[in-house]
Design a binder for this molecule. Sequence first.
Ligand SMILES: *Cc1c(COP(=O)(O)O)cnc(C)c1O
Length: 391
Amino acid sequence: MKLILSPQDLAINGASPAFEKPLHVGRPNIGSREAFLKYTEEIFDRRWLSNDGPVLKEFEQRIAAHHDVKHCVAMCNGTVALEIAIRALGLEGEVIIPSYTFIATAHALHWQAITPVFADINPVTHTLDPDAVRRMITPRTTGIIGVHLWGRNAPIEALQTIADEHGLKLMFDAAHAFGCSYKGTMVGNFGACEVLSFHATKFFNTFEGGAVLTNNDDLAKTIRLMRNFGFSGVDNVIHPGTNGKMIEIVAAMGMVNLDAIDNVVEANQRNYQAYYEGLSSLPGISLLTFDESEFNSYQYVVMEVCEKCPVTRDKIIQALHTENILARKYFWPGCHNMMPYRELYPHAGLMLANTQYVADRVIVLPTGTAIDYKIVKTVTSVIQILIESES
Ligand SMILES: *Cc1c(COP(=O)(O)O)cnc(C)c1O
């Protein structure tokens, strides 16, 4: 790692890159290898690799307890968990979602011949704007999927009110919100159900994985059936279903990573603080904040570049990439600008001014246990020197 003290030290000005190896956003957080290998031995000894194994059962109980919710149904990934939850709730026709989210939120609907209707976001919170949601309701609307983007809650009460007024189902894509809370209540307890992702890049990972959290006994039962082809005991299929099962070794990864999450939060919080110190006084730059009175994972360091910044967002990204700092423009350019939605709904953007505005400003910076204070300092000095040299 080199010191960045003047514009001559920047790789875009011909110096060597700050980092030899690329610094990725979402580098996996990994718990104890020893504990994982011990689980592996036990799983092999038992020869019970999948289908409601003992590790899975314990894992589901621990995830439910962690979120203070009655049921956790773990799955092979977050997208299948979304698809199954959507189907179990009986959603059809049109479902309102933000466009400013990972593409899976939209695909999980389109995949089942449901129309994702994109509603605009609040430019300050980056989550659904309840007034925009109201504007998108039609006679075909059956539900709303709020997204707790960056782990910060969607407008839960306002969306519930709208859902109740119009007889719509409400669920949440909580892929970013593992272990986060709203007004002291853990995510997992809102709407009809909430869906987590345990993908490798997420705060908490099981290589790949996901889960539906709910307090509704009947819904949990249906989702469990759907996860395993509708099997209720041997030779007895009582429901349509698919294969969404989480395997034992994956649940074992979850067990060891669950033991490590306090360290991950600590590392993320420390990195966030260091980013804040380095970036918050720069002109036209702001860092998205977290409500300190809630549980947060600080998994996403979200920097916004506004018009007052003398350097454009894309130029900052380019400078960072040249240093081998692989910062990302999440969720640019918005789902509505990706296929197939771009062609299916070519005018969707007309209603999505704030989505466009936010998608054009955001840079997500690397954090997690693979990053420390010195690394953050180097990243922030690149941005600082770049901006100062253009001011
Ligand atoms: C990661 C993610 C998903 C999909 O989860 P997978 O486990 O990768 O299938 C869905 N929605 C959002 C907002 C995500 O970030």
